[in-house]
Ligand binder design. Structure first.
Ligand code: HEC
Length: 254
């Protein structure tokens, strides 16, 4: 039996129409992952920049842990290296002229403030290991970033519940749900962020979360055997190479 549409328009037109409908349906379905949305595009850049800054700290961990003064790790140096790491991961320069939410500037300013405050510690001539680690740096930057944005945005380093070391980094129910049901699922594409509009502590927000995996350099502290003490005096989690070990979670309030 001919459909109503075919009756009205004739076969060929109906075929074109349904092909177009299919095309539009596909485009609509693809829009969120194609990051047409301003917020998703900004969230991509902010989380990559946050990670790029943390990498500067991981790469210089040896230097930080040395006893000595006059280290190169000034605010300017770390900001410069973070920008260069950002370019390496994203394939393009950090464009501060195009910063609709003011978030990239806020992130750089947060990094600079944390590094300024950390100078006496990093350059303490009497201390070797100082506990100034990538995750600690990330937590300080996250706090400062929240202030820099006037509370309009919130970034956080969290982890699957079983691997959380600092209770302050525990995932909330939205984060935990994404980590457990999506990121941990066997078929989930590695490294793919998830985002949607969802409340955070009762406030409506755009929420974005990016999975992270344990690399070789993480296992000295987060690897096995579980329960053994690491260099920080904390207990190792028993994590494995390539395993989902954390997530960067960003909220942009409405
Ligand atoms: C020198 C030891 C050390 C190394 C190496 C290390 N971490 Fe951590 N990590 C810690 C400590 C200590 C904390 C808790 C920080 C805090 O108090 O916020 C932590 C916290 C975290 C958190 C936040 C959630 C939580 O458990 O509190 C994540 C995610 C994380 N680490 C992932 C990684 C990844 C991924 C790597 C490798 C790229 C890595 N860590 C390397 C010691 C380490």
């Amino acid at each position: 039996m001919k459909s109503m549409l075919q009756h009205i328009l004739g076969r060929k037109t109906a075929l074109i129409c349904s092909t177009m409908a299919l095309f539009f349906a596909t485009v609509i379905a693809v829009v969120p992952t194609a990051y047409a949305d301003d917020k998703a595009a900004s969230a991509d850049e902010i989380t990559v920049l946050f990670r790029a800054a943390r990498t500067v700290i991981s790469k210089n961990q040896g230097l930080i842990n040395e006893q000595g003064t006059g280290k190169i790790l000034t605010a300017d140096y770390v900001v410069g290296e973070a920008k260069s790491n950002f370019k390496k991961s994203s394939g393009h320069d950090l464009d501060l002229a195009n910063d609709p939410l003011g978030a990239k500037a806020a992130m750089l300013s947060a990094v600079a403030k944390v590094m300024d405050n950390a100078q006496p510690l990093i350059n303490d001539p009497d201390k070797g290991f100082k506990g100034f680690l990538p995750a600690i740096f990330a937590r300080l930057v996250a706090t400062s970033f929240g202030k820099e944005t006037g509370g309009k945005m919130k970034i956080k380093l969290t982890a699957p519940k079983k691997y959380v070391r600092n209770r302050g980094n525990r995932p909330d129910s939205w984060e935990s749900n994404v980590i457990d049901t999506m990121f941990s699922a066997s078929g989930y594409e590695k490294g793919k962020p998830f985002f949607e509009n969802a409340d955070i502590k009762g406030k409506p927000a755009f929420r974005y979360i990016l999975p992270e995996y344990y690399g070789e350099s993480c296992l000295g502290c987060h690897g096995g055997p579980a329960g053994e003490k690491d260099i920080t005096g904390g207990k190792k989690e028993g994590g494995k190479l390539g395993e989902l070990g954390g997530a960067i979670s960003l909220a942009i309030f409405d």
